[in-house]
Structures are given as structure tokens and as C-alpha cells.
Design a binder for this molecule. Structure first.
Ligand code: AMP
Length: 284
């Protein structure tokens, strides 16, 4: 795997490959890699000739009181994991060269950035779309792979790509979970032993919602109640949100209609570590 730190070096590497007509896939990450990230790399390898991964802890997507400083970083281990997963190129920019002095552009998707995580993190998605726009401008991939774990991020980026008519195909990869159901996340290492034992209950709460929907519950208010009650019963957890929304607009719904896709989504704080998870719901 080639490791490059500047956009120019990356473009120099990619240009001849693109000229040959090779298909370039891109997996952006913030590092502290786990099996969830590596599943995206594998997916990318299947669909493309060249897999580019980036690791950049993007300061723009952290609020002033959030965990930017505490965000886990382990580049040596990440490089080892990416080599094992057979990524081709790692783009590892540092903050100063990535956002040089004078950088003043923001890319913001309005309505989709507001509900769910956008409520607690009002500047988060503008940070995400700005960094993804910048990364797409540098890498210019044919394919971009994002995880369902950050479903709102996927929808916001999808909207940006559609609105700006960028020639990149977006693919969503499924959530990879620990054996006990906890969605893998770089932030899981920040959980205490007891919090780690409680955290899989987020997934169990989402499954209760799915079971209720499968058994015929169509009222979004009832499903939300089931989700909220189960999350509130988790010891040491503070529920940030528990919502049932339309999977495309991310807006609240009243009733689940057949052949449409909905999203049960949750964010829960354990101390100051905020975990998110979600589940798609479809009823016949
Ligand atoms: P992050 O490093 O948290 O910014 O995540 C980078 C990419 O990995 C995003 O597209 C995430 O949605 C995806 N990702 C993170 N955790 C998981 C997971 N457990 N399963 C699948 N994809 C994930």
C-alpha cells in the first residue's frame, strides 16, 4: 500500500491509473479503524480496480464542546490493518495542508442536516459535507463507499452529490456489529467496562421496534415509545434522541405505509461518549 500525505502526490499516483481507465473507489475515514471500516475497504476492492482510503480526523465536524481531542488515533495500527485488507493507497493529510490558511469554503446541505444528529450537533453535517466535497475534489473517484452506521451522513452526502451533479456513484455498506450486537465504532473504546456491557442494548431496542413493526404495529408514535422506553431502561445511558422517520427525507412520520422504507434511529450518551445506531424498517 502506498501512503501519501499531499493532494499533489495523490493525484500524481492516480493520474496514470485513471488514464488506463481503471475504476477508482474511495473510502473516507477518521481512522481508529475497526472491522466496520475494513468491510468498506473489502466492498470497494470488489467493485473497483484501485481502492483509496483516507484517514483524517476532520476538526470541522466536531462542535466546540465535542471530543475532537479525545478522538482515538492510532495510525501505525491503521496502516497495518489497511495493508492486511489490501487497500492500494492511503491518503493521510495533516490538518495544516488540508485546510491551508485562508480556507473559507463551506458546503452545506440544508434540510437533511437538521433533524436527528443535526439537532444536538448543529454544525456537524456542514463539517462532513465540506470535508467530503474537498476529498472528492482531490480523489475524484468513480465510487464512494459510506456505511449505513452513519445513515444521516449517507443521506446528506447523497443529496450533495445529486444537487451538484457530481459524477460519482455512492454505495452504502451495511452496519458491522460486535458479536453482542453493538455497532462497531471508533468511540466504543471510550466506554467503561460496565458501559460496554450495557451498550448492546441499543441494538436490542432497535430490534424490539422492528419486531413490533413486523407484528403489525403501524403507528410511528407507538414504535417511538417502544424505542424510547427500551433505551431509557439502559443503565448509565442518556438518550439523545429516539426517532422513527422516513428513510429518505428523515422527517417524522405518523403511520408506516407498505412498501416504503423507514428508519428507526437512536443516539445515546454514555458519560460523554455518544453512540449512534439505526435500523431500516420496511413493512409489507
Ligand atoms: P468514521 O471513521 O467513523 O468517520 O467512519 C468512516 C466510514 O466508516 C463511514 O462511512 C462510516 O459510516 C463507516 N462505518 C463506521 N462504523 C461502521 C460500522 N460499524 N459498520 C459499517 N460501516 C461503518
Amino acid at each position: 500500500m502506498k501512503v501519501v500525505r499531499s493532494a499533489v502526490a495523490l493525484q500524481k499516483l492516480l493520474l496514470p491509473l485513471k488514464k488506463k481507465g481503471l475504476r477508482i473507489g474511495f473510502v473516507p475515514t477518521m481512522g481508529a479503524l475497526h472491522e466496520g471500516h475494513l468491510s468498506l475497504v473489502r466492498r470497494c476492492r470488489q467493485a473497483c480496480d484501485v481502492t483509496v482510503v483516507s484517514i483524517f480526523v476532520n476538526p470541522l465536524q466536531f462542535g466546540p464542546k465535542e471530543d475532537l481531542k479525545k478522538y482515538p488515533r492510532n495510525t501505525t495500527r491503521d496502516i497495518r490493518l489497511l495493508e492486511r485488507a489490501r487497500a492500494d493507497i492511503l491518503y493521510l493529510p495533516d490538518e495544516k495542508t488540508f485546510y491551508p490558511p485562508g480556507f473559507q469554503t463551506t458546503v452545506r446541505v440544508s434540510v437533511l442536516s437538521e433533524p436527528l444528529c443535526g439537532r444536538t450537533r448543529p454544525t456537524h453535517f456542514a463539517g462532513v459535507t465540506t470535508v467530503v466535497a474537498r476529498l472528492l475534489g482531490i480523489v475524484r473517484p468513480d465510487l464512494l463507499i459510506l456505511g449505513q452506521k452513519d445513515f444521516q451522513q449517507y443521506q446528506v452526502v447523497r443529496r450533495m452529490i445529486m444537487d451538484l451533479e457530481w459524477p460519482v456513484k455512492l454505495v452504502m455498506a451495511p452496519i458491522v456489529r460486535e458479536k453482542d450486537g453493538l455497532a462497531m465504532s471508533s468511540r466504543n473504546v471510550r466506554l467503561s467496562k460496565t458501559e460496554r456491557l450495557e451498550a448492546p442494548k441499543i441494538y436490542r431496542a432497535l430490534r424490539l421496534v422492528r419486531q413490533a413493526a413486523l407484528k403489525g404495529e403501524r403507528s410511528a408514535a407507538q414504535l417511538k415509545k417502544i424505542l424510547k422506553r427500551a433505551l431509557s431502561a439502559i443503565a448509565g445511558a442518556r438518550v439523545d434522541y429516539a426517532e422513527i422517520v422516513d428513510a429518505e427525507s428523515l422527517l417524522p412520520v405518523v403511520k408506516l405505509l407498505p412498501n416504503r422504507t423507514y428508519l428507526a434511529a437512536a443516539a445515546v450518551f454514555f458519560s460523554d461518549a455518544r453512540l449512534i445506531d439505526n435500523m431500516l424498517l420496511r413493512v409489507k
